[in-house]
Design a protein around this ligand. Structure first.
Ligand code: SF4
Ligand code: SF4
Length: 171
């Protein structure tokens, strides 16, 4: 059984070992909606490159390889040390802009997360800073940077769609 993931991902994940979006448990606001499967949808958390190795043989987790990337599904509860980076960052995301790494509200989070609808100014600022530092670490890594670029493009596409069909943006 392997729990070996790239060192940069270990560092990125460790930034959030004790840091959550609010000082209190935000799951009480919404009954932990981001951890519940959505009916009729093939939900899962997108894994960063090399992160799937952590979940090989780990009970309660399944990795699916899909056109969107490697998706992790879980049982709806987890030990904090096993939480993938996507869950640690949620509902924010580092994005790559010409003038560097920026912190955006993940537009995919808006339908489920009340914090995402409020925007990052409502969150603990240490958490927002950790997302920025995480993005800077990943942007310097040759395996992770293209993945961040892809996530950034997806956010931009969603933003354009929201603009076309209605809905605000916090990016
Ligand atoms: S949906 Fe948002 S508010 Fe609810 S537990 Fe997840 S991050 Fe916290
Ligand atoms: S891994 Fe943990 S934090 Fe992520 S969706 Fe599953 S239960 Fe929620």
């Amino acid at each position: 059984m392997s729990r070996e993931i790239p060192a940069v991902l270990q560092k990125a994940r460790a930034l959030f070992d004790d840091l959550t979006p609010l000082a209190t448990d935000c799951g009480r606001l919404c009954a932990g909606r981001c951890c519940q499967p959505m009916e009729g949808e093939n939900t899962g958390m997108l894994l960063f490159p090399g992160e799937a190795a952590y979940y090989e043989g780990l009970p309660g987790y399944t990795v699916q390889r899909t056109p969107a990337g490697e998706l992790l599904t879980c049982s709806g509860s987890c030990q904090r040390q096993d939480r993938p980076l996507s869950c640690r960052l949620f509902p924010l995301l580092p994005v790559l802009r010409p003038d560097g790494v920026k912190v955006a509200t993940d537009l995919r989070a808006k339908p489920v997360c009340p914090l995402a609808r409020q925007g990052k100014s409502a969150l603990r600022q240490e958490f927002v800073s950790a997302v920025r530092i995480c993005g800077q670490l990943l942007a310097q890594d040759e395996q992770q940077r293209p993945f961040l670029e892809k996530l950034t493009s997806q956010q931009d596409e969603l933003k354009a769609l929201r603009k076309q069909f209605g809905g605000g943006s916090h990016v």
